[in-house]
Write a protein that binds this ligand. Structure first.
Ligand code: TYM
Length: 329
């Protein structure tokens, strides 16, 4: 082992990545990849995709889409281990051992579980209940200490820390307590005016592959008011638009908009045009690289194959020790 601290993160294979995934997770993944103090592992969470209703054919396609999004965003197989979760069966094995120290009630009370139950009341499966346990196994199979993810994943990281503590107490293992690596876009709001940008809420997101006219159309739907008033809204369409202005045009520009709101008023059409262009400018290099990758599928396959071999070597070492500790070795 290199003595470097490890980093692990993942994204489910549910479709094209959106600005929330990019700012909340991928940007953090990129900045840690550039930091020589860390060894970075980034996976496609294909098993987690199966925790809510899904189509097997779409899963097959989306696994590759996420790899291409990763590579086009700048994740580099020479500097990061890029792999698919299902190619490293040690994750599911470790999740089983972890399940021996977690109560059913603890899982049922998690806010992220309750949200999914509301969303899919007819599909409350054991796989869904196990979601956070598998996520803890993803991280701890590599003894990763830092996890670049959005704010919404904090309850899952809390579970991973609890599991690490309980495993260490019960079986004498030496798992670290992983922390979230924060980015400035840890919570990217929805375009529909409430909640966060999310793949499962149509109209709420801008994907990384959207062209300028699509971005314009999507921003046109953000609900706005008359554009002026004494108090700048803290919730709703205007507030969300201003968060995006801050993230893509800078905090100074956002403050100017707030001052405008309090005085002559915001001209939303002009602001939305300017914002569309700023977002598109940031996405252009990504889109250029992504078009090239679509034509090089063998490269995408090779990245996954080599990545899973490297990841397995590390995960196997952890599992060999854990098997011994839990009484199976
Ligand atoms: P997923 O696919 O739901 O989300 C992927 C990443 O995108 C972030 N994200 C956001 N960040 C800011 N604002 C938003 N509106 C927004 N929407 C999504 C999420 O926080 C996440 O970082 N459970 C993980 C997948 C996973 C994982 C892991 C992550 C499985 N195992 C181990 C880290 C470590 C998830 O939510 O995927």
């Amino acid at each position: 082992m290199s003595g470097k601290k490890r980093v692990l993160s993942g994204i489910r294979a549910t479709g094209r990545l959106h600005l929330g995934n990019y700012l909340g997770a991928v940007k953090g993944m990129l900045s840690l990849q550039d930091n020589p103090d860390y060894e970075t592992l980034y996976m496609i969470a294909d098993l987690h995709t199966m925790t809510t209703p899904y189509d097997p054919e779409e899963l097959r396609v989306n696994r590759r889409e996420v790899v291409m999004d990763y590579l086009a965003a700048g994740l580099d197989p020479k500097r990061s281990i890029i792999f698919a979760q299902s190619d490293v069966p040690e994750h599911t094995e470790l999740a089983f051992y972890f399940a021996t120290v977690v109560s059913v009630a603890r899982m049922q009370h998690l806010p992220t579980f309750k949200d999914k139950v509301k969303q899919y009341p007819k599909a409350v499966t054991m796989a869904l209940l196990n979601y956070p346990i598998l996520m803890a196994a993803d991280i701890l199979a590599y003894k990763a200490e830092l996890v670049p993810v959005g704010v919404d994943q904090e309850p899952h990281l809390e579970i991973a820390r609890e599991i690490a503590r309980k495993m260490n107490q019960t079986y004498g293992t030496d798992f670290p307590e992983p922390q979230r690596f924060e980015t400035s876009g840890g919570y990217v709001p929805s375009l529909v005016g409430e909640g966060k940008m999310s793949k499962s809420v149509s109209g709420s997101y801008i994907t990384l592959t959207d062209d300028l006219s699509t971005i314009r159309k999507r921003l046109a739907t953000v609900p706005t008011d008359s554009g002026k008033g004494e108090k700048v809204p803290e919730k709703g369409g205007v507030a969300n638009l201003l968060v995006l202005v801050g993230l893509f045009m800078g905090e100074d520009r956002r403050r100017t908009c707030e001052a405008q709101y309090r005085s002559e008023g915001i001209r939303y059409q002009a602001l939305k045009d300017e914002l569309s262009e700023a977002i598109h400018r940031e996405l252009e290099p990504f889109q250029r690289r992504r078009n090239l990758l679509t034509e090089d599928q063998p490269y995408v396959d090779r990245v996954l194959r080599e990545g899973s071999e490297k990841a397995r070597r590390i995960a196997r070492e952890t599992l060999d020790r854990v098997r011994g500790k839990v009484g199976l070795g």
